[in-house]
Ligand binder design. Structure first.
Ligand SMILES: [Zn+2]
Length: 246
């Protein structure tokens, strides 16, 4: 099983979490860097653990403190053999931690990086779905919608062949709309993730999340789709391998 999106460097004991994940059958983890230093930490973890790979990018929250030099440096780090994608990148009008113009500029720069180097982009979008879709209008590379929480984006995502990744919030009792969305995603486009240390799934809700918990999200999504958890896990493993070139 794979956790396609975790922030291992934000966990108290990242190396222990990798071991506990392996014991739970989660043998591959994609860890996400959110700024330049964090991307270097992600690569260090990927170097230490065979099953850990890195997604490198600058999070929209960091857009106000990020110059062009940082994007160039991320692009250089993407040469690392365990760097598999650009992300998470996008727009966040919910927290508004960074000026919107800075977010748009950073998003555009990182989309063009992904196009240049031919790697997938992992998208963060919050309260900015229409602007995110507009920014992606001309992007022809591989797209992953991380922590999918916007059912009204689904028709576009499916029409354009994007990957849709479900996180712990899809297991919450009230998230009927997310489980309905999960039923509609084609088998070869569905992914699951933890977004650790955030968004722990229902059985462990409220605790710090870690990659081992992706089993709970896979189980809930499988139930919504009328599938067996182990079959869905194997399908997601194949999807992630195809998407990220693992
Ligand atoms: Zn994330």
């Amino acid at each position: 099983m794979i956790d396609t999106h975790a922030h291992l460097s934000a966990l108290d004991d990242a190396d222990g979490a990798v071991e506990r994940a392996a014991e739970a059958g989660v043998t591959r983890i994609l860890t996400v860097g959110t700024d330049l230093d964090d991307c270097r930490r992600a690569l260090a973890l990927a170097e230490r653990h065979d099953g850990v790979f890195a997604i490198l990018g600058i999070h929209p929250h960091e857009a106000g403190r990020t110059g062009d030099g940082a994007v160039r440096e991320i692009c250089r780090l993407q040469n690392h053999p365990k760097a598999v994608a650009v992300g998470e990148v996008g727009l966040d009008w919910f927290r508004d931690y960074a000026p919107r113009d800075d977010q748009r500029r950073l998003f555009a720069a990182q989309l063009s990086m992904a196009a240049d180097i031919g790697k997938p982009v992992v998208i963060h979008t919050r309260a900015a779905d229409d602007d995110t879709l507009a920014a992606l209008a001309d992007f022809t590379g591989t797209v992953v919608l991380h922590c999918f929480s916007s059912p009204h984006m689904l028709p576009t995502a499916l029409a354009r062949g994007w990957y849709v990744s479900f996180a712990g919030n899809a297991t919450f009792p009230k998230a009927v709309d997310l489980r309905l969305a999960a039923r509609q995603v084609p088998a070869d486009r569905i992914l699951c993730e933890t977004d650790s240390p955030y968004l722990a799934p229902q059985p462990v809700r409220g605790k710090p999340n870690e990659p081992a918990n992706v089993v709970h999200t896979v189980a809930a999504v499988a139930q919504a789709r009328g599938e067996q958890p182990d079959e869905l896990a194997a399908q997601i493993d194949r999807n992630a391998a195809a998407c990220f070139g693992l």
